[in-house]
Ligand binder design. Structure first.
Ligand code: CA
Ligand code: CA
Length: 366
């Protein structure tokens, strides 16, 4: 379980205060900021995102904290080590990338969480390729270029509590799952919202001799045009098997020996997103409380708790009153205590006024 930003900072501070960390202690975390430079990558002297990730030592579970802000880059950020790249929130740490691939996870222990990727490059906003096992969670990935993918899973991978979306009107992909010749890839999709304006929300394909692809989709919303789910085999592939349950999608299409197995707990109703580019849920969305808890994690794409009624489908857990994920805490509404007047006065329109002396026996006369 990963510590949250401020938990880590507090823990590090506490240890430093009691002198528990000797000067020669191993590096326990690395830090990146939008204006970061150099190679120290410490909390006091953060470095660039690329340096923080790509120069990380091989330390299993090493955490790379990516401060809030906008990171503009034309270089692919590649995690070749078993590190955890942790942003400050999917709407607070934003990577604007024109590289062919925005973020590439190629180590079995690599994870990325709590950040946004806005991608104008030609291939993938975020890509798993080169090793089985990476995890992507609480990420919003948006891709724009014709033919590219927002999220591309090309080995065993887990994608959860994330939004993958593409807004091109030409062949493109919000969520692409692949297996090539000789590979058997198992991909887990939980509480994901995948939405594209062209093609299928989920596009799953196995191609090449012996290729096998299994994509297990739970608590997710898959939306495309005109197809929501596509599963296909070609060129000697064994199987492309997509199963969906407790999920929201409509039309499925298959190619070759592709299979789409849709569960009884699915819904085909319009998920009623907040807007054309905002895939949070509106109050009347049928996705609210329609997921299943066993497939859900503790937090949604906004870092908000999942336990609001039953679990929702998709990346967003709908909260009637949004839980603030940044900025100042809301001022609680305090009801002032009732005003009290003395024995000889009474409260009238918020003011204490003298009681009028009633005539004795007045009540009884009428
Ligand atoms: Ca709910
Ligand atoms: Ca939410």
């Amino acid at each position: 379980m990963k510590l949250k930003w401020f938990g880590v900072l507090a823990a590090a501070g506490a240890l430093a205060a009691i002198g528990a960390v000797p000067a020669s202690a191993a590096v326990v975390a690395r830090y990146a900021s939008p204006a970061g430079t150099g190679t120290d990558c410490s909390k006091a002297a953060p470095c660039s995102l690329e340096t923080a990730v790509e120069s990380a030592p091989t330390t299993i579970g090493l955490e790379v904290f990516v401060a809030p802000g906008t990171y503009v880059t034309g270089d692919t950020i590649t995690a070749t080590e078993p590190i955890h790249v942790i942003g400050a929130g999917s709407s607070r740490t934003r990577i604007e990338t024109s590289a062919p691939v925005g973020i590439h996870l190629s180590n079995p222990g690599a994870t990325v969480s709590d950040l946004g990727v806005d991608h104008t490059g030609t291939d993938s906003g975020i890509l798993v390729l080169g090793a089985d096992g990476p995890v992507i969670e609480r990420v919003i990935a948006t891709s724009h270029a014709d033919g590219s993918a927002a999220c591309s899973l090309e080995r065993d991978a887990t994608l959860r509590d994330s939004i993958c979306t593409h807004d091109s009107t030409e062949a493109s992909y919000s969520l692409r799952a692949r297996a090539v010749a000789g590979q058997a890839n198992a991909i887990t999709i939980n509480n994901v919202t995948a939405k594209t304006t062209w093609g299928a929300g989920l596009d799953a394909r196995a191609a090449g001799a012996g290729a096998e692809l299994t994509v297990t989709v739970r608590n997710s919303i898959l939306r495309g045009a005109p197809t929501d789910v596509y599963s296909a085999t070609s060129a000697g592939a064994n199987a492309s098997y997509v199963s969906t349950d407790f999920s929201n999608h409509g039309a499925a299409a298959i190619g070759g020996a592709g299979v789409v197995s849709a569960g009884l707990n699915n819904s085909g109703s319009d998920p009623l997103f907040l807007g054309p580019t905002d895939f949070h849920l509106t109050a009347s969305s049928p996705a609210i409380d329609s997921g299943w808890r066993d497939y859900a994690s503790a937090l949604d794409v906004d870092g908000e708790p999942r336990n609001i009624g039953s679990v929702d489908m998709g990346a967003d857990e709908f909260h009637p009153v949004p839980v603030p994920t940044g900025g100042p805490a809301p001022v609680p509404h305090v009801v002032p205590p009732a005003k009290k007047c003395g024995k000889k006065k009474k409260l009238k329109k918020g003011k204490c006024v003298k009681k009028k002396k009633g005539k004795k026996g007045k009540k009884g006369k009428k």
